[in-house]
Design a protein around this ligand. Structure first.
Ligand SMILES: [Zn+2]
Length: 145
């Protein structure tokens, strides 16, 4: 994954061994709390308490100074929603940003309802596909007789 190679290159340039090293640094602690303050401590998606900060990119400037609106305060649920698609696959940073751009700003986004709706849709889809699979297997065993 290219973005993570760039991230590790930039972190090395700043003198950090890896991302974990950076996340436990005083610099990150400072940037993180500054970012959370800009949103009044609220998640940019749903308006609940922000506990995490999303990186819109891993540019040198962002890692060093927080960049220009590159750090997005989020609650845990919204961060998860931004980072993973409904199939549980990790989104790329661009995909995550696109997702956030769609909902961010108003603080009126109801993450919980969104998750419930999506989980339901996802469960339904899974149920359907497993039924199909069962039917297929049945057909197979039937034709093999
Ligand atoms: Zn949220």
């Amino acid at each position: 994954m290219r973005e993570y190679e760039l991230r590790s290159m930039n972190l090395k340039a700043l003198g950090y061994r890896n991302y974990k090293d950076y996340l436990s640094s005083n610099l990150w602690r400072k940037l993180r709390s500054k970012a959370i303050k800009t949103s009044g401590g609220l998640c940019c998606c749903c308006g609940e308490a922000a506990t995490e900060v999303h990186h819109r990119n891993y540019d040198l400037e962002t890692l060093k100074n927080g960049g220009d609106f590159s750090l997005v305060p989020l609650c845990n649920a919204c961060h998860h929603l931004a980072e993973f698609d409904t199939n549980g696959r990790k989104r790329t940073t661009q995909q995550a940003n696109r997702f956030l751009d769609g909902v961010k700003g108003a603080g009126r986004f109801n993450t919980r309802r969104y998750l419930e709706e999506h989980n339901k849709a996802w469960k339904k889809a899974q149920r359907k596909s497993s039924q199909k699979r069962k039917r297929k297997n049945k057909d197979k065993s039937w034709t093999s007789f």
